[in-house]
Design a protein around this ligand. Structure first.
Ligand SMILES: [Zn+2]
Length: 63
């Protein structure tokens, strides 16, 4: 498992890469994803959302 924490303008992103595929619901693009990568997004209000790798890329692009 590989993890990476990134601070950005809209909170903290915790990138987690597992060895196996995980099915999860991305709370940002509102769809079910199947990926080895999941990202926890902790926003300024300390709320944690589970998001997918493409949302992660999108958020970092905007920073
Ligand atoms: Zn997403």
């Amino acid at each position: 498992m590989e993890t990476k924490t990134t601070l950005f303008s809209q909170g903290v992103l915790r990138y987690i890469k597992k060895d196996t595929l995980t099915e999860f619901y991305c709370e940002r693009c509102n769809s079910v994803k199947k990926s080895k990568i999941t990202v926890q997004w902790e926003n300024a209000n300390k709320q944690i959302q589970l998001i997918c790798n493409s949302c992660y890329g999108y958020l970092l692009q905007k920073k």
